[in-house]
Design a protein around this ligand. Sequence first.
Ligand code: ADP
Ligand code: MG
Length: 444
Amino acid sequence: MSKVTERTQTEGGRETLVSVENLKKYYGGEGMFADPPVKAVDDVSFEIRRGETFGLVGESGSGKSTLGRTLVQLERATEGRVLFDGRDVTTLSGDELKQWRRNAQMVFQDPESSLNDRMTIGEIIMEPLSAHGWKTKQDRRERALELLSEVGLQEEHYYRYPHQFSGGQRQRIGIARALALEPEFVVLDEPVSALDVSVQAKIITLLEDLQAEFDLTYLFIAHDLSVIRHICDRVAVMYLGKIMELGETGELFESPANPYTQSLLSAIPRPDPTADRQRITLPGTPPSPRDPPVGCQFSTRCPAKIYPEEYDDLSDDVWDAIERFREVVRERSRQELGLVDQARLRLGLFSKYDDIDEAVADLFGGLDAPEAVTDAIESAREQVKAGNPDAAREALFDEFNGICDRERPVLQGVSDSGQQSYCHRHAPEYEPPETVLQRRSDDE
Ligand code: ADP
Ligand code: MG
């Protein structure tokens, strides 16, 4: 196997190990009558440098695990490239793929289910070695014993079974197995999320020690920001299959540029209760990855969304009500009507969407909205009640769309040190996100 040595030098002085280019991973959606695909990872590009710990953070369902699995080729990419040392591994197959896989391993979140309970610890750790026909049986045994001690377990554990171990010990076994073939790159998928806090710290220390000893490069996935902050050199923040922001850990935590990151960070409990950090509660729920927004992925929940010019003077409260109403209508348009409801609709007996009246009353009740707005809401309400939530959804889009609804932003540089953020507000003609968020929190 020839190694391509076209390596790029990056600012930090460290060379690029993994280069991800326009990577997409969609599930399903093939076939003429299939539902639209789940866009788990939707066009992401970034680089991981040799020897660093690159963090990936985001809410549950944002596509972190899918991205991790696709990088190590446990899943095939739908589109895009993944280059290791300049070599595209998404096109590998058969023996070449098997050989390459030695370099890139994965540690899973749940040490409970990721270890086969019928195998001894020794067998579990030797499994990848045997699968790759690594040396002799005696060598493999010795290697397994060596790995046990590397991860802080004892030789006598070799003949025991996973159920005899605690969560933390099982995760040590998972780590030993991942390291058996001496990989350069390891995806750690929430490796401590399932563990007690006291155990988390020990496993993290172990991972740091192993990284230094074996020159490992980590992709560290977590939904816990404090863990990421502690261990990662750089961080990418994911939302609905997209990277919203990326940068050096310290810088990103100190001065997040993206409204999503700003919202996430404001939700962390601060050790010092007097610290003056604005708190933003994100409205609404994340959209379905089968039906993501056309424009910015975060546009349906963004507290710094850019409003269309013709509605420039609307208050934030009215906008929030419009956005929540659009969300209600969107949810209705996602539900397919059953045969009975379709028949009732034709007979004029349809009542399934009558709760839309309550939604309008709740959302717009005490608000002083201009006529253009109330007219648009009223006609959408009628459309929904008539069983046409799709039409209502489109009409609302036509009436209220701004740039965030219509266009995908690009991930662009926002600092000299390589921080990047995905937001229309970084264009010079708009107020920056933090100004908007500050004003909104002052108004409260
Ligand atoms: P995270 O790790 O950030 O919680 P995942 O990568 O597990 O997110 O999931 C991202 C999205 O892809 C979710 O909507 C999830 O339901 C969907 N998904 C993940 N794996 C599959 C699969 N094998 N088939 C269909 N959908 C999947
Ligand atoms: Mg996950």
